[in-house]
Design a protein around this ligand. Structure first.
Ligand SMILES: [Zn+2]
Ligand SMILES: [Zn+2]
Length: 75
């Protein structure tokens, strides 16, 4: 599955709930791909929020494009 091409409605997703809020645990996803993640909306451990600086860095790293390469049909 190719990478999602969406560039709007981007959110910064936690790759791992217990992975902290560093850039290494950040994944830029569009709303569609974010909603499709297995942990979206599931109650449980809430990871620490990303800082604005980390969000900006993640978006820059992603080229302001969704980073999803999943094959679940979300994009
Ligand atoms: Zn996407
Ligand atoms: Zn996707």
């Amino acid at each position: 599955m190719a990478r999602c091409k969406r560039t709007r409605n981007l959110e910064v997703h936690h790759r791992r709930r217990d992975g902290g809020n560093d850039l290494s645990n950040a994944e830029v996803l569009c709303g569609s791909c974010h909603t499709a993640t297995s942990t979206y909306g599931v109650s449980g451990t809430t990871p620490p929020a990303f800082t604005v600086a980390t969000k900006i860095a993640a978006l820059r790293r992603a080229g302001d494009q969704c980073e999803c390469t999943r094959s679940g049909g979300c994009h």
